[in-house]
Design a protein around this ligand. Sequence first.
Ligand SMILES: Cc1ncc(COP(=O)(O)O)c(C=O)c1O
Length: 372
Amino acid sequence: MSQISRRALVRDGGAVSALAATLLSGRGAAAQGRASPAGAPKLLRLSANENPYGPSESAIKAMTSAMADGWMYSGEMGPLARLIAEREGVPVDHVLITEGSAEALRIAALIYAGAGSEMVTASPTFEQCPDYAETCGGTVHTVSLDKDMKHDLAAMEARITGRTGLVYVCNPNNPTATMVDAKALRGFVDTVSDRAMVLVDEAYIDLIDDPAGNTMLDRVKAGRNVIIARTFSKIHGMAGLRVGFTIARPDIIKRMGGLRMSVPNHMGLVAAAASYQDTAFMAHSRKMIRDAMTQTFKVLDDLGIAHVKSQTNFLMFDTGKPIREFMTAMRARGVAVGRPFPPYDTWSRVSMGKAEQMPVFFDALRAHFKKA
Ligand SMILES: Cc1ncc(COP(=O)(O)O)c(C=O)c1O
């Protein structure tokens, strides 16, 4: 790769294709995870809810040809915002591009749940938003998931007071992969959004069976106090490229946009635009992840291990032992699984790897539970 000069990249389309081919051919090794320190065993990375099928070939090609433009400031978020607006059926002033959806979660926490304000959220859930609210001086009220590890919407509603500025609902929920019934969530959003801003984190929605039926986008279109956060880190397999987006009423988007700390880098933006239009890649990712999930359910069933049904790229199962012991045991067998998620102290969260990687995990599981 170092043999290809920048000038050649700009002038020579052949060199660009060669570089794209080199990058694409190296993906098999990269999918295992980043290089380990010298001497350390290579770990199969099933710990971070990533999609190892990404980035798509179209995204890699777009980044390769855009590489030589890296000297220019990016800031060109309009084309991506317009693509998103068109597909989601909203005017472009309803869309905000952020550096990963994490940036949007933080901005919302800062505005609506910072100093002097309060937030209501489930526990356990994705912590980025509540953690940042606390960092900003806000108070976070957590409501335990119900016995099925689902959001307890009635209990959450009961926690809302006049000081509540933000209600955060992660659907599907990370780490449990559980989903709230769409009709119930719609009713909850309609009631609660009269009293506080509702942030619905839809990071995993593209992976589920019926994204259109489960998104709360129609509540945004109805003019409610609702923010939808989505990301290119999951189905698009671009977690390291840091692009996310938010859909909300224009006044909300304007306020949030004013607090953005940065703009995504040029590579992330061109990759996101290419991947967003690559519906074949999205379908492929969804299918491969779903196949791996079906096999995982079967292995867990064969081993008699309790687990939560998931339509996403991760699931939780009960190891029956303190989770740190299981993490260490799996690490010794070459597999990294998710960290502890109290109060589910015996439950492990594992993300789907590539088809050819899953047998490594299944063998490690069988060996651990002594059913080889
Ligand atoms: C539910 C949820 N929301 C948001 C994010 C943050 O994603 P991003 O990479 O877009 O910042 C994650 C990342 O794992 C997540 O699980």
